[in-house]
Design a protein around this ligand. Sequence first.
Ligand SMILES: *Cc1c(COP(=O)(O)O)cnc(C)c1O
Length: 388
Amino acid sequence: MGVIYMDYNATTPADPRVVEAMLPYFTERFGNPSSPYGLAHKSRAAVERAREQMASGLGCRSSEVVFTSGGSESDNSAIKGVAFAHLPERGHIITSAIEHHAVLLTCEYLEKEFGFSVTYLPVDADGLVDAKDVRRAVRDDTWLISVMYVNNEVGTIQPLKEIADIAREHGITFHTDAVQAIGKIPVDVDALGVDLLSLSAHKLYGPKGVGALYVRAGTRMHPLVHGGSHERGMRAGTENVPGIVGLGKAVELAVDEMEIETARLTPLRDRLEKTLLSEISGVALNGHREKRIPSTANLSFLFVEGESIVLSLDMEGVAVSTGSACTTDAAGPSHVLAAMGIKPNVAQGSVRFGLGRHTREADVDRVLSLMPGIVERLRAISPLRDRA
Ligand SMILES: *Cc1c(COP(=O)(O)O)cnc(C)c1O
């Protein structure tokens, strides 16, 4: 029996249509897009075609798309890029406590090493930022607001438009990490009112190691990577042509198939969640019930460690995770659940089920058939029981 994969928030398998589009650019179409002959022009044309696909997916101009090495680089480029453009005067950045570490640690770095001040906005019990808190945090020297569109651990969707209106009113650049949003909810840079937007190919059925940053024309920022004049001087380095071709195709497919996938996955996710909540005692849902993407269920199983559930499911050939894949090595409970005010003993029992393009009814059935026994077994031997 193959592995049942339910960790689509961590990464996704590349779609075969994406791989097919990429393949020629590893071999016969290997030219450097900056070289002066026909072979190279084919690579250049492929990069620019991908840029058009991105632009139509995001509702922007193709000249506003900068290709990067992924979501982390896009987040770093956006935040350091704006901060470094304000280096002489330093100043203030507003972000939230539940951001991905690519945003949080970048802000902490700017704070510690360069003397910027940063406000880390709180979230409510559902994981939502309150736009009123954003307004209260704004200072005369606030240059940047960075709030993610969709949280990777609990799937909650932030009120971006409300925050964007505040940013616009004060002339503040607004960045969003939309890595978990593309293909799941509509992403249109003008409708959202964002100036900078990060995305990553491997979260949307494209290859790993490639992503993009949308940069609204006129945004004041510095490049992160210096060198050649690639990407209009915004990101030096010979383009990852196959990766970029894959990203363009992946975005096109994700946007085309979003509605169908949402209609298909929502009932699957709801059934998984409802059944776990009703058939196992001591289970709590983490995240907002409505304002979230259709593919994520984050549940806490009291008196057990989420990590033990993950290992037990793995032995049965089911791949899920506790919260963020990027922090599984780090000790301590999730910073996202902590910011939501979830007590450590509840947070440590959390498991994230991430559904996606290959999830079928039978996969949900299998997980539902395994979970009650696993939780019961773990609880029988759990030392946490007595401490609760
Ligand atoms: C995965 C992820 C990132 C990092 O993207 P990479 O391409 O893996 O660097 C950033 N933000 C969020 C919300 C993510 O889920």
